[in-house]
Design a protein around this ligand. Structure first.
Ligand SMILES: NC(=O)c1ccc[n+]([C@@H]2O[C@H](COP(=O)([O-])OP(=O)(O)OC[C@H]3O[C@@H](n4cnc5c(N)ncnc54)[C@H](O)[C@@H]3O)[C@@H](O)[C@H]2O)c1
Ligand SMILES: O=C/C=C/C=C(\O)C(=O)O
Length: 484
């Protein structure tokens, strides 16, 4: 039976306490995960602290950057190991993991290695009251020991999106992967040892949230900052933990994103874009679209076209060619999503397609499958339109004016992302300016330039990561004033 061990101070560490890791495609047991207790979390924080004081803390930026490039190259050299591990843990299609998850898992190290190598700081010269001058210059130093708490939907990508800049800025990290997806964070420990990253720089503790590794880590007084991606309500709990000791947080949280399609849009591109944003990764993407608003003249045509796209999605296991939709991550999450499917029916929604569970053959019948689903006809007040479902489903409603589209999109406590489809420049820029989100895609979705600011507004997050913006969280900026 495969064992997923903790990774502390360069060593793989078993504990006496394990839990099963299940494959979403057929619920088979993939292995046993060794849950870290307070002792292991304390050891990981101690190792990270020691590394800051050791070789890693004394290492030049040039050498650090070389090591991060080596990490990326080793991930790419072991591409298939990471691909198989990620696909087993999540059930996502091979095509998706091989084009997005694993390549980005490596790229996240290279982009921040390049940024820290090239980013300038500031300097000012001023006149002083005695008629002389003074020179100020800024220095960046590492934040210190950083806790990285990760979700299960894009496990490697979202973990290295944080570990990459953290290490590039000279910090050390303790990663707490989701209990649903332990594999690739553990595998990265092998990579760190293989390329010579000093022990204690990268640590992994497995477990759950409350009363387990997640809580022990975020409450640990030796942690200098917490970067977290997950549900908004989890963010609230972690923020409370971070308050003791006044530790900074960087949060990527939940969303209930709107997709807005104007009558003048390129119709086929808009249909393809909304299909991706609603159903990719089985709807388990925080940036995904669960609320679609379509301008009235093309509403019926658009609903029909999206229905055809949803019904054309091949549902099946990762390795099957042409699979477009895998399972949800767990039986628990599937029960949550199916609860919303039932709620929509009970509220009288028009079920355009889906709303249930596909028939799967053999062992696959034990997987966490749901049908891609489209609803119309519900009021904006419905929980289906208000609450994050995080599954392959969306509600489509018509609108008439730009003002109405903006009001509909903004009528949520979330503020993560939106995707707007129009060929009218004025409309596009007005939507971009007035929609209250951190990420606005025009005639595109999930198109990523890693140098740009990434994050959510309102209840969807705190702070921005990406490009030089990551340095604001992962470093302390010190101003030095010299009297000349
Ligand atoms: N904004 C983004 O970039 C982004 C990206 C991916 C996922 N998400 C969000 O994440 C959610 C899905 O992921 P999930 O179900 O893993 O989220 P989750 O909040 O349930 O768990 C995320 C991580 O937090 C840990 N955790 C839970 N409670 C904790 C606590 N009290 N203290 C410390 N750690 C705790 C979990 O063990 C897990 O590792 C969705 O809401 C989705 O929108 C957001
Ligand atoms: O599910 C959420 C996806 C988040 C994506 C990123 O953080 C990224 O592309 O850097």
């Amino acid at each position: 039976m495969h064992q997923y061990l903790n990774f502390i101070n360069g060593e793989f560490v078993a504990t006496g306490k394990t839990f099963e890791n299940h494959a979403p495609v057929d619920n088979r047991v993939l292995g046993l995960v060794h849950e870290a207790g307070e002792r292991e979390v304390d050891a990981a924080v101690g190792a990270a602290r020691a590394a800051l004081k050791g070789d890693w803390g004394r290492m030049s930026v040039v050498k650090r950057v070389e090591l991060l490039y080596a990490v990326a190259d080793e991930i790419n050299r072991r591409f298939d190991d990471f691909l198989q591990a990620e696909v087993a843990d999540t059930g996502k299609p091979l095509s998706l993991a091989s084009h997005i998850d694993i390549p980005r898992g490596a790229a996240n190290f290279k982009v921040f290695a390049d940024i820290v190598k090239n980013v300038p700081t500031e300097s000012f010269e001023m006149g002083t009251p005695d008629g002389g001058t003074a020179l100020s210059y800024a220095l960046r130093s590492p934040l210190g020991v950083v806790a990285v708490v990760c979700p299960w939907n894009l496990p490697l990508l979202l973990m290295t999106w944080k570990v990459g800049p953290a290490l590039a800025c000279g910090n050390t990290v303790i990663v707490k992967p989701s209990e649903e997806t332990p594999a690739t964070a553990t595998l990265l420990g092998e990579v760190m040892n293989a390329v010579g990253v000093p022990k204690g720089v990268y640590n992994v503790v497995h477990g759950f949230g409350p009363g387990s590794a997640g809580e022990f880590l975020t409450r640990h007084p030796g942690v200098n900052g917490i970067t977290f991606t997950g549900e908004t309500r989890t963010g609230e709990a972690i923020m409370a933990a971070a308050a003791k000791g006044v530790r900074p947080v960087s949060f990527e949280l939940g969303g209930k994103n709107a997709g807005i399609v104007f009558a003048d849009a390129d119709f086929d591109k808009a249909v393809a874009g909304i299909t991706r944003s609603a159903f990719e990764n089985c709807g388990q993407v925080c940036l995904g679209t669960e609320r679609v608003y379509v301008q009235r003249p093309i509403f019926d045509r658009f609903v029909q076209a999206l229905k055809e796209k949803a019904q054309a999605l091949k549902v099946g296991p990762s390795e099957e060619p042409g699979v477009g939709l895998g399972p949800l991550i767990s039986a628990e999450h599937r029960a949550k999503v199916l609860g919303y499917y039932e709620k929509a029916k009970a509220e009288g929604a028009t079920v355009v397609t889906g709303g249930g569970v596909p028939d799967m053959p053999g062992a696959l019948a034990s997987g966490h499958w749901v049908q891609p689903t489209i609803w119309t006809g519900l009021p904006e007040s419905s929980p289906i339109v208000r609450e994050e479902i995080f599954g392959p489903c969306c509600h489509i409603a018509p609108f008439d004016t730009v003002d109405e589209a903006i009001a509909l999109a903004n009528a949520t406590n979330y503020g993560l992302a939106t995707t707007v489809w129009t060929q009218n420049l004025a409309t596009a820029h007005r939507m971009a300016r007035e929609i209250e989100v951190g990420l606005c895609w025009i005639n595109s979705w999930f198109l990523r330039d890693l140098r740009t600011a990434f994050g959510g507004a309102k209840a969807s997050g705190i702070g921005r990561e990406g490009g030089v913006h990551s340095l604001e969280f992962y470093t302390e900026l010190r101003n030095v004033m010299v009297k000349l």
